[in-house]
Design a protein around this ligand. Structure first.
Ligand SMILES: [Zn+2]
Length: 301
């Protein structure tokens, strides 16, 4: 029997070895499946590390996702760049941003977000990052006109606590036409009043400004539906199986499950809509939306 003191010494070695073996397995997977490319966030070329376990079995079961689509979902939430940590959805958001905001004359997409944030064109933009976008956040912080906010239940919208502004998408405290560009990722599904959130985003964008975002999209959901509603007393009524995404103390409940009709919902809110990397398929659920506020006022249909 191994004495306790020896066990205590061996434990970090065992854990370190385990971690190394795990990481080597991820690299081997990248080689086997040829998951190598240049990262649109940091610009470095390298493997993309797939992690099936990021979709927990409980979340998978409650979401009702077909087994064939779970791997696509895991790819969206992983395939991390080993250098900057950006997962697939962050890298695709960066790709859309670089395409929509090209640099130079004649205009061409910057090679990476790292290059883009250093350009005079990007530094002149008024950008809102609504909730931290993992993978993009570090680079976005380099923009001098960035307004980064987090939703906090316990802080009044507009207040700044610990250097971070609190904002609620249903009632933003920014004046009209405050931003050239708004970025959010996997946030809209957690807002109880989607219509109010879209209306607020539209209000604070300048005409011609753009909202680039991702939301969870699953194949086989033709129509957007509410999973939960917030009642007048602030409590939550669940209309379908409760789905919570990781985060906070108890996870964040999903209020809206988005379906294939989302582009139409966005158009009704007054945006010109583009769906990138779409449509949703069993083997690819990582789509990016760009919603432009028209330069000419138009009445929502
Ligand atoms: Zn990277």
């Amino acid at each position: 029997m191994i004495p306790f003191r020896v066990k205590r010494l061996l434990l970090p070695i065992w854990n370190g070895g385990h971690h190394l073996a795990w990481r080597l397995g991820e690299y081997a997977g990248a080689i086997r499946h040829r998951r190598f490319d240049r990262c649109t966030v940091c610009g470095r070329w390298g493997p993309k590390l797939y992690r099936r376990w990021v979709i927990r079995p409980e979340l998978e079961r409650r979401s009702g996702v077909a087994p064939s689509a779970v791997e696509a979902w895991a790819r969206k939430e992983s395939c991390d760049c080993p250098f900057c940590g950006a997962k697939l959805r962050a890298r695709r958001m960066a790709e859309v941003l670089l395409s929509l905001y090209p640099l130079g004359d004649p205009p061409a997409p910057a090679p990476s977000l790292r290059d883009w944030v250093a350009s005079p064109e990007a530094r002149a933009l008024r950008v809102a990052e609504v909730n931290e976008i993992e993978g993009l956040h570090t680079f976005l912080l380099l923009l001098p006109r960035l307004s980064y906010s987090e939703f906090r239940d316990d802080v009044a919208p507009g207040a700044v606590v610990g250097g971070v502004r609190s904002e609620h998408l249903e009632r933003l405290t920014y004046p009209d036409a405050s931003f050239d560009l708004i970025l959010s990722s996997e946030t809209l599904e957690h807002v109880p009043d989607l219509t109010a959130a879209l209306s607020e985003i539209h209000r604070v964008l300048r005409p011609g400004g753009c909202h680039i975002f991702t939301v969870p999209l699953l194949p086989g959901v033709p129509q957007t539906f509410p999973r939960a509603v917030r009642l007048a007393d602030g409590s939550i009524e669940h209309l379908a199986t409760l789905v919570s995404h990781p985060g906070g103390d108890w996870g964040y409940p999903v209020f809206t499950e988005f379906g294939a009709d989302l582009p139409e919902i966005l158009r009704r809110s007054g945006f010109e809509v583009d769906l990138w990397f779409g449509p949703v398929r069993d083997d690819d659920v990582c789509q990016v939306f760009s919603c432009r506020k028209p330069t000419e006022p138009c009445s929502p249909q």
